[in-house]
Design a protein around this ligand. Structure first.
Ligand SMILES: Cc1ncc(COP(=O)(O)O)c(C=O)c1O
Length: 369
């Protein structure tokens, strides 16, 4: 039998994730697998929690990675916090806000939404108006909307939400590690992320963080958390305390990878890492413009790590992406939903965010366009 893995080639990953993985992280994945209750592994887990707290700017004790991709982080936040009949407000301006609405509905929440045009940010004043006279248990939004390239004004929205009794839930799957995520300063109560974007790990883990108010909500539930695997009241007994209790077998080597990725980010310095993303974004905008490639999102609301580029009239969307992939070994992303066929999504996330990668993409674009 032919071993398919032998013909897997290295790609320059410039789509919406996964991003390129550093050699240090690949080496971490190849470290020997040890037991999930081995004291050495518990030390590694404790340091992962501490590094996540540092990157998320939070003192939240309940800060840990969930086993599973970013969506498992989303499910963890929603299944632990929502009980049937809870009123929640979801702010939507892209695919991932829509997913929150779907999930909250499946859990029996009374879901209200505020929708904004895709490619534009959530408007904090509209949120303020909606909150007046409404008693929500939770308000949720996506920080970095990967489907459109919009950076939502989380700090401004948090200023509005904190004056209400609602918990504030934020998706930081694409933002964490690429732009500041200030969990405590922005009064975020539940946050989830993923490893394969700006953390530059392979996909497979979802860091989450819960504030004390969110933990209180979980602990005072009238009903059991409806999902066994993601029940934080049980998972916490593996991640905290002098005596650790088995819940499920931790994905040991993925946790090594996350450890190394966080270690590398903190060694480089978060300011430097954010600056590297910003410079990669600016370089990308500069090289694309003379080729007639414009950005979808207005300046000021653009994400550095996810660039929504308008596809020029008459250009062959799928054909161009295919040529980039097969002839140049570069992956870029297609548009989703109403933006399908209208934009390309170019990621400069984590290890990908380097000038030589932008140069390589620019060279390839100049040949295929
Ligand atoms: C903003 C956002 N939220 C959630 C997800 C879901 O994460 P995953 O695909 O890792 O399950 C993604 C994935 O692209 C995302 O970009």
């Amino acid at each position: 039998m032919k071993n398919q893995l032998e013909s897997v080639e290295e790609m320059l990953l410039m789509g919406p994730g996964p991003s390129c993985v550093a050699q240090t992280v690949y080496q971490a994945l190849a470290r020997p697998t040890i037991g999930h209750l081995d004291p050495k592994f518990i030390e590694i887990m404790d340091q992962i929690k501490a590094m996540l707290q540092q990157l998320m700017n939070t003192q939240n004790r309940l800060t840990l990675p969930i086993s599973g991709t970013g969506s498992s982080g989303m499910e963890t936040c929603f299944v632990n916090l929502i009980e049937p009949g809870d009123r929640v407000l979801i702010l939507i301006n892209g695919v991932f806000g829509k997913r929150m609405e779907d999930l909250a509905g499946r859990l029996g929440a009374q879901v209200d939404t505020l929708e904004f045009e895709w490619g534009t940010p959530v408007d904090p004043d509209a949120v303020k108006d909606k909150l007046a006279g409404n008693d929500y248990m939770m308000v949720a939004l996506v920080h970095a909307e990967t489907s459109t390239g919009v950076c939502n004004p989380v700090a401004a929205v948090s200023g509005v939400v904190k004056d209400s009794p609602a918990l504030f839930l934020v998706d930081t799957v694409t933002s964490l590690g690429g732009i500041p995520v200030d969990v405590d300063a922005w009064h975020m109560d539940a946050v989830y992320s993923g490893t394969q974007k700006c953390l530059s790990c392979p996909p497979g883990l979802a860091p989450v963080s819960f504030s004390q108010a969110a933990v209180d909500k979980v602990m005072n539930r009238k009903t059991k958390v409806p999902n066994w695997y993601l029940d934080l009241t049980m998972i916490i007994n593996y991640w905290e305390g002098a005596q650790r209790a088995y819940h499920h077998t931790a994905p040991i080597n993925m946790l090594y990878a996350l450890y190394q990725a966080l270690f590398d980010i903190l060694e480089e310095g978060t300011k430097n890492v954010f600056q590297r993303h910003k410079m990669a974004h600016e370089q990308l905008v500069d090289v694309l413009k003379p080729m007639g490639l414009d950005m979808l999102v207005a300046p000021g609301f653009r994400l550095p790590m996810l660039n929504a580029v308008k596809i020029p009239q008459g250009a062959d969307d799928a054909g161009i992406r295919k040529r980039l992939l097969t002839d140049f070994h570069i992956e870029i992303g297609a548009g989703l939903g109403p933006l399908a066929g209208k934009i390309w999504r170019i990621g400069v996330m984590g290890h990908t965010a380097r000038p030589e990668n932008i140069d390589r993409l620019a060279q390839a674009f100049s040949e295929v366009l």
